[in-house]
Design a protein around this ligand. Structure first.
Ligand SMILES: Cc1cc2nc3c(=O)[nH]c(=O)nc-3n(C[C@H](O)[C@H](O)[C@H](O)COP(=O)(O)OP(=O)(O)OC[C@H]3O[C@@H](n4cnc5c(N)ncnc54)[C@H](O)[C@@H]3O)c2cc1C
Length: 319
């Protein structure tokens, strides 16, 4: 019996989320028994390197060329799960993973828990696994009975660690069903570190007053090599693109540094950013809830503080 994880490889390369998932699969196999097997669908170099994060073997369907179709992928993953005798299948809680988890669970007749953030443990006749609930305010333990289960792993839930060496890569024969989906266009954002992988993030909210003022945020982000983010209302009103929205309904991040300017720190915002290692809050309201979650707080006007912070970083970098 084994733990099967789907290592996503958009644009033919693995992202941090894939390494995170493989490492989670390794920890799950240690806890529940068996080995961690990584499944890679489509062309990518260095599939065997997933062994470094805990995969004992990689199943690589390198000839698969079609685009993503959750029906087709779920069918393939279920076939592979059966062939390798997987008791647990784990996918990322990404847009692809979210569309896959339920389909795989139905096909495998397995229990499902989405957005987990702990390693499952055996308990009685089943297993238990944890996930945040009520916008991250509480933590719930779910019990899954039966001998099969499917999880989607919350982004940035566990730290990636190297635990081994490159592992063998094999192929397996599967029946690939015909796709009912035609992908007409794929729009991607290039040139920046995607938010889920960013180590440094500069974020701003409604305190910016309008999109015309975002230059100071972009300048600060550019100076320190950070990715920009925003609160939900800012994206909803079109001040910033939706892919920058962080929080409960946006992207979950876990950077080393999160600088938040003009964001109140509502619970739904904190749900996506409170795993950041260091949070710096700039807000002119001393009662802003974000200060309670901050490692460093600056209670002042952001239009004064942010440019001065940028200048200080520039000076520091030029020394
Ligand atoms: C179901 C649900 C899901 C949600 N999901 C999300 C989510 O995923 N992400 C998210 O962000 N929100 C989410 N929200 C919205 C959330 O509840 C808040 O409304 C939102 O986060 C507030 O955004 P904000 O802090 O930018 O704006 P505001 O609440 O308007 O806060 C602006 C802040 O800027 C400060 N400020 C103003 N001017 C200045 C200045 N010159 N200098 C310094 N500070 C200044 C103010 O003191 C204030 O604290 C969700 C809400 C619901 C109901």
């Amino acid at each position: 019996m084994s733990v099967l994880v789907l290592a996503e490889n958009p644009k033919g390369r693995f992202k941090k989320a894939a390494y995170e998932l493989v490492h989670y699969g390794h920890l799950t196999a240690k806890s529940l028994g068996g080995e961690c097997i990584a499944l890679v669908i489509g062309g990518v170099d260095g599939a065997g390197d997933l062994g470094k994060y805990g995969a004992s073997k990689v199943i690589h369907l390198a000839d698969f060329k079609a685009g993503f179709d959750s029906g087709v992928y779920a069918n393939i993953i279920t076939q592979i799960a059966e062939q390798v005798g997987a008791h647990t299948v784990v996918v990322n809680h990404s847009s692809a993973g979210k569309s896959l988890a339920g389909r795989i669970a139905v096909r495998m007749d397995a229990g499902i828990v989405s957005q987990v953030n702990t390693v499952p443990a055996k308990e009685g006749s089943g297993i238990t696994v944890g996930k945040p609930v009520f916008s991250g305010k509480a933590f719930a333990k779910f019990k899954v009975e039966g001998d099969k289960r499917v999880f989607s792993l919350m982004g940035n839930a566990i730290a990636v660690a190297e635990v081994g060496q490159a592992c063998p890569v094999e192929s397996l024969s599967v029946n690939i069903p015909e796709s009912n989906v035609t992908v007409k266009e794929v729009k991607t954002v290039d040139g920046i570190v995607p938010l889920p992988e960013a180590e440094l993030v500069v974020s701003a909210g409604r305190g910016m007053k309008g999109p015309e003022n975002w230059g100071i945020i972009e300048e600060l982000a550019k100076t320190i090599g950070a990715t920009t983010a925003c609160s939900r209302p800012v994206a909803d009103t079109g001040w910033r693109p939706h892919h920058e929205h962080v929080g409960q309904t946006g992207v979950a991040i876990r950077p080393n540094l999160y600088i938040a300017a003009g964001i109140s720190g509502a619970i739904q915002h904190l749900a996506g950013v409170n795993s950041s290692k260091c949070i710096v809050v700039i807000n002119k309201d001393p009662e802003a809830p974000f200060f309670k979650a901050a490692d460093y707080g600056v209670c002042a006007d952001l239009f004064d503080v942010v440019p001065r912070l940028t200048e200080a970083f520039k000076k520091f970098k030029s020394q």
